[in-house]
Design a protein around this ligand. Sequence first.
Ligand code: UGA
Length: 460
Amino acid sequence: MAQQGDDGIVCVIGAGYVGLVTAAGLAEAGREVRVVEVDPERRAAVAAGRCPIHEPGLDELLTAVVATGRLRAVETMGEGVAGAGIVIVAVGTPPTPEGEADLSQVRGAVDEAVHHASPGTVIAIKSTVPPGTTRALARGCPRDDIAFVMFPEFLREGSALEDLRNPSRVVVGGEDSAVVQRVAALLGGHDTSRLLCDSVSAELIKYGSNAFLATKISFINEMAQLCELTGADVDKVADGMGLDPRIGRSFLSAGLGWGGSCFPKDVRALETSAGYHGQSFWLLKAAIEVNSQQRRRFTAKLLRGLGGSLEGRRVTILGLAFKPYTDDMRQAPALDVVRQLEDLGAEIVATDPVAIDGARPLLPRTTLVGDPYQAVTGADAVGLVTEWPEYRQLDWGRVIGLMRGRLVVDGRNCLDGEAIASGGGVYVSMGRRPRGLPPPVPGAAPEAIAPSAVPRLTLG
Ligand code: UGA
């Protein structure tokens, strides 16, 4: 009879963002980890201890754990799964055109893993999946000596290692409590909040967390619009609201809204899942609409600030990645904004500290340069899209001097408006008071050009 799997050996399927960080963290914690990756280039990078993605600290950690032999990249499921007590599935669940999560990679990985797994192995689903998926995978499994749990991840890009080492929570959901305990023990003696539950609840904890945070951002973005209409300052409003511990200040930063590989996909998938069960999740529909409107509002501010036409005007975009400390361009607001501006006739020069290579194939009409001062030279307007600290620290007097125009639109409310105005610029933001503009004429319409003037785009 085949030997039982050993929980000291963990197989991670998929060397994507979540898989790599999880694998490196488990190897650091002393487990023997095998990473199954089908892409030969990615596998070779991991095998050589090189990190194929930009994530602070991950390159060094991978080098170290590969050198100790505790982490190995393997090609076949047989090599990865044999003898492992726990198999973590961390493959992608990209959205279908209808907004559902495409589960084909998850199903494929599970089918193959089940074929090679030792008796008693637990398959832990880390990919974000709709409610009921883990139970359906267990029901469809041809073997009764294999168990399934949902093991959601809550890592943030840019601070994933910190999140892994000091997780705010560990959630494991499954139908057999002994199995759930085995997976919960994986990350060892961390002082974290553990929540053990059924698999459907664990699936909804993951979707609910991302959807709630995204809705919180959309809420403050609607408030930012009201601040502009009433003359309030959204930073002060968020600070004041955030002082209430029931609300909290985090995820109340108004601006261009949410992007990345998680929030847009997960909010839509949760909304679609609810629809599948006959529920209209109105709050999520509104959060999605507000998020898309924020990008058009930003473009409309540039259009309005440049007198209503962008034909032949040069606009410089500071920041392309969906957020700082990553080169990830997935669902980055910059993509919508740049394409909208280009469709309205503007010539775009854009810069980013790390995302230029990833952005190049996505923005074929855009001039991409590394140096921000070079990027702003001759610009009629500058729009900040990603709040990299280096843009805050620019010499804004020098920037205004290099520009042809004076307009700076701060899409992340992170720049010093006073400094820009005293350097001769006009500062416009997403819900803060403008600086460097003549005082408003009483009774004048606050928005001469509305976001509806900006064409809607659908990102592929
Ligand atoms: C998010 C969650 O924060 C993680 O807990 C989760 O594990 C992850 O998704 C996932 O499901 O894999 P991440 O996408 O890395 O992490 O990025 P966040 O830091 O959460 O930011 C998401 C988006 O919201 C970014 O576009 C950011 O610019 C935007 N944001 C964030 C705001 O516009 N305002 C805020 O106040 C905060």
